[in-house]
Design a protein around this ligand. Structure first.
Ligand code: SAH
Ligand code: SF4
Length: 361
């Protein structure tokens, strides 16, 4: 038996072509789209607006599938984390970080990452591949399943109200799949999440940044982490290819950025490395002329990490200097500490357990 094709992850045009190949009219694609992305239905038999014989035939050739969840963890602070397992047994993680009456789902774009930022655990993982469109959209759908958030609520009533492309991987190295996935998620007749509620984080893949703004119009976050090329070359090695001058020029030119839609500069707080008052002042100077806000991220340590998180006084001082220069600079609260909700950590914990199990028979 040949594998049945997953309808999740097909663009609208691809879904229409798929239906045409089955001899169906284009409105079938529109109906299916509604069931899959508005209602969250996975069982063809329940798709009551489809003709009965079509409902009966479809499961022979197609499925509406999510990634498998190999582990789900709930933190005391409400953070939830899923380890997704894909068809080839590769894994990636998805995290939901709730706030009052809303929250952001943090989505992965790759298994592992080809970049090797020295403070990031994902960068130490050997296997790397791009996630498919279905695997990216599927992460958000699993999160919605977990909270029962189907059919798609009106914008004000969503708990899973935002998406941040800040999980494992560099989204701009998997641009085409990320773009198709986000277009599916933004489509008005389905999940219908506004581009204003989506933020893509990049380590600074300069040539793809403009496209991202022009074609998708989502918010941009840039992992800056250092104010000199000398230090950024070490922390974020892609800087050797696209140094700060080019990166800041791409930020200045980012389409759609204005004072109401600022670029978020992420800055991981590393004790004694990048957290001095002089660094903070240089940082304010560096972003001058771009509509900017900051996200100060306490370093989340992992076994074998070369760095420590800055002390709370150093972080406060750093934030105050940026505030005094006129910038918003919240220190991100470390969420989900008890389930290690940082980049790459759940996956490696489960790999460790598997190795231990294998070694102890
Ligand atoms: N590859 C993209 C997006 C994924 S990483 C990027 O680098 O922007 C999302 C954010 O988490 C980035 O700002 C990254 O630098 C940060 N990060 C990675 N490992 C971290 C750690 N151990 N502690 C704190 N922040 C970390
Ligand atoms: Fe990759 Fe981002 Fe981690 Fe750097 S910080 S290794 S770009 S996931």
């Amino acid at each position: 038996m040949t594998a049945r094709r997953n309808l999740v992850g097909l663009s609208r045009a691809e879904l229409a072509a798929e239906m045409a190949a089955l001899g169906e009219k284009p409105f079938r694609a529109k109906q299916l789209w509604h069931w899959i992305y508005h209602r969250g239905e996975t069982d063809f038999a329940e798709m009551s607006t489809l003709a009965k014989d079509f409902r009966a035939r479809l499961p022979e050739t197609h499925v509406v599938a999510r990634p498998d969840v190999s582990r789900e963890q709930k933190s005391e602070d409400g953070t939830r984390k899923w380890l997704m397992r894909f068809d080839d047994a590769q894994e990636a993680e998805t995290v939901f970080i709730p706030e009052e009456d809303r929250g952001a789902v943090c989505i992965s774009s790759q298994v592992g990452c080809t970049l090797t930022c020295t403070f990031c655990h994902t960068g130490t993982q050997k296997l790397v591949r791009n996630l498919s469109v279905a695997e990216i959209v599927g992460q958000f759908m699993v999160a919605r399943d977990s909270y029962g958030e189907w059919p798609t609520p009106k914008d004000g009533g969503r708990l899973l109200s935002n998406i941040v492309m800040m999980g494992m991987g560099e989204p701009l190295f998997n641009y085409d799949n990320v773009a198709t996935a986000l277009r599916i998620i933004m489509d008005h007749e389905g999940i219908a999440l506004s581009k204003r509620r989506i933020t893509l984080s990049t380590s600074g893949v300069v040539p793809e940044m403009r496209r991202c703004g022009e074609e998708l119009g989502v918010n941009l976050a840039v992992s800056l982490h250092a104010v000199t090329d000398e230090l950024r070359d070490v922390l974020v090695p892609i800087n050797r290819k696209y140094p700060l001058k080019e990166l800041m020029a791409a930020c200045r030119d980012y389409p759609g950025a204005n004072n109401a839609r600022r670029i978020t500069y992420e800055y991981v707080m590393l004790k004694g490395i990048n957290d001095s008052a002089a660094d903070a002042r240089a940082l304010a100077k560096l972003v001058k002329g771009t509509p900017a806000k900051f996200n100060l991220i306490p370093f989340n340590a992992w076994p074998g990490a070369l760095y420590e998180c800055s002390g709370s006084n150093a972080m406060r001082r750093f934030a105050d200097i940026l505030n005094d220069a006129g910038y918003s600079a919240p220190i991100r609260s470390p969420r989900g500490r008890d389930i290690m909700a940082a980049c790459g950590q759940l996956k490696s914990a489960s790999e460790r357990q598997r190795r231990v199990r294998a070694a102890t028979g």
